[in-house]
Design a protein around this ligand. Structure first.
Ligand code: GBH
Length: 477
């Protein structure tokens, strides 16, 4: 009965919204069609195909630029409340600057948004999911403090064009991953300034986000009444042993990974996390630097950034184990030179062939609890969470993916019911088997299979899509 399900923590709270997500570069294709400008991801996979696991590029991808109506039809059939997609900055503004608008690009997003609303699906729009216009990269990209103003102007244009119809906004997707593109070079634009480039880029990303948020506050909120956030991700870091050093290392890793962006926004002290301040400042000094490589905020910037989110957009996939190690700087997604931690896999039961993807449902609950405890129990929407594997191990009968979602969602329910976290929504990553960055098409995360041998990129819902269809219909796990 309904009451038993609520008590057992299997019934989703009233008003809880369930969605699914994609991003522009990963699905749209049409990379140079109808006036779209080049992005840094277009550039890097064309120039350096050897960096992509299978040498593929995203020139066509799922061709959602032409087949978006099919995407919407499937989202509708499955019953999702919202669709999180991203806008390609260089499709709307080919050079990145706000004075040259590509009308055909705008029309594409107008059509997509209208199609969603006609089908009763709320759009949640990410403004920037890693695909910086190449022209802005030529100006230095996120190392250039001016980028914050370019981003603010782009954001203003999007609010203006789409804000009457779009009520959910994510400014930047996983800014840490953007920043490491200037650090250990594992992401576009692959600039290797390890140990300082990422901190400078991150600093400008935070300011850019906050400027966009304040534009909404000052110019649009009163009339548009939407909600704006930034999408931040972390693994959960378990201590490898119970030693005091490893316990501290695990906490330090959370601060370095999630706190890097979350502390300045959601914290009360108006700075990067204390562990980053301590470790990075000390190491900088030891290296004889005049200044710490971790920048400082001016009082105006503190004011700008602090509180610049209407809810916590959180993304989570996996967990790991960490131990204290003065020589260690290893992380699977990105390394922090000064974190003094070494990494190891979590011993999870069944696991994916994707090296970083340990299936550790309790790490999801722990992460949500960590956010609650550190940031005063903010409202959270899980903007991404999902399971992928190499495509030969994935397929229409994707029981491993169902197992992942079932167990992760159960842990999320414990976070809500037992820990009192205010979690308001969840978006499955991803709607489609799409272009997985430097993994190319080798790894698939979709709840919908995409046939890359068919010109129309035939979409076929997997078993996990039906899992969501029934979850959404019954609102019960
Ligand atoms: C998400 O990030 C992204 O937002 C999404 O676009 C992507 O499709 C999804 O992950 C699945 O990967 O080769 O060891 O350096 C989650 C964090 C960051 C995880 C990049 C994978 C590369 C792993 N991701 N990382 S590694």
């Amino acid at each position: 009965s309904e009451e038993t399900s609520i008590r057992a923590g299997r019934r989703l709270p009233d008003g809880f919204i369930i969605g699914t997500g994609t991003s522009a570069h990963q699905i749209e294709g049409a990379w140079n069609v109808d006036g779209k400008g080049e992005s840094i991801w277009d550039r890097i996979v064309h120039d350096r195909p050897e960096k992509v696991a299978d040498g593929t590029n995203a020139d066509v991808a799922c061709d959602s630029y032409h087949f978006y109506k099919q995407d919407v039809k499937i989202i509708k059939e499955l019953g999702f409340d919202f669709y999180r997609f991203s806008i390609s900055w260089s499709r709307v503004l080919p050079t990145g600057e706000a004075h040259i608008v590509n009308d055909l690009g705008v029309e594409y997003y107008n059509n997509l948004i209208d199609e969603l609303l006609e089908n009763n699906i709320q759009p949640m729009v990410t403004m920037y999911h890693w695909d910086l216009p190449q022209r802005l990269q030529d100006l230095g990209g996120w190392l250039n403090p001016m980028m914050a103003d370019y981003f603010r102007d782009y954001a203003r244009l999007l609010f203006d064009l789409f804000g009457k119809r779009v009520k959910w906004w994510n400014t930047i997707n996983e800014p840490a991953m953007v920043a490491v593109g200037y650090g250990n070079a594992s992401m576009a634009p692959c600039i290797n300034l390890f140990g300082y480039g990422e901190y400078l880029a991150a600093h400008h990303l935070l300011i850019a986000h906050a400027k966009a948020y304040r534009v909404y506050d000052q110019e649009f909120r009163a009339t548009q009444q939407g909600r704006v956030t930034i999408a931040l991700d972390t693994m959960y870091h378990f201590p490898k042993t119970d030693s005091k050093e490893d316990l501290e290392a695990a906490e330090r890793a959370m601060q370095f990974q999630l706190g890097w962006f979350a502390d300045p926004i959601y914290g009360s002290h108006g700075d990067y996390p204390p562990a980053m301040r301590e470790y990075i400042d000390r190491a900088s000094k030891k290296e004889g630097r005049v200044k710490s490589v971790l920048p400082t905020f001016t009082p105006e910037e503190v004011k700008l950034i602090k509180g610049s989110c209407d809810f916590f957009g959180f993304q989570h996939y996996t967990s790991c184990q960490v131990s204290d190690d003065p020589e260690g700087n290893f992380q699977p997604w990105y390394t922090h030179k000064y974190m003094n931690i070494s990494y190891s896999d979590c011993k999870s039961g069944k696991r994916s062939h994707i090296a970083w993807l340990n299936v550790v449902p309790e790490g999801f609950r722990n992460s949500l609890k960590w956010i609650k405890d550190r940031y005063g129990n903010p409202e959270v929407i899980v903007t991404e969470c999902g399971y992928g594997d190499w495509k030969e191990y994935d397929g229409l009968e994707d029981d491993d993916r169902i197992h992942y979602y079932q167990t992760y969602l159960e842990e999320m329910m414990k976070a809500i019911v037992e820990d009192g976290c205010q979690i308001r929504g969840f978006a499955a990553w991803s709607l489609l088997d799409n272009y997985e960055w430097f993994e190319g098409l080798r790894s698939t995360f979709g709840i919908v299979h995409v046939d890359y041998s068919s010109p129309e990129r035939k979409r076929t819902p997997k078993k996990s899509a039906k899992f969501f269809q029934s979850l959404i219909a019954r609102r019960t796990l």
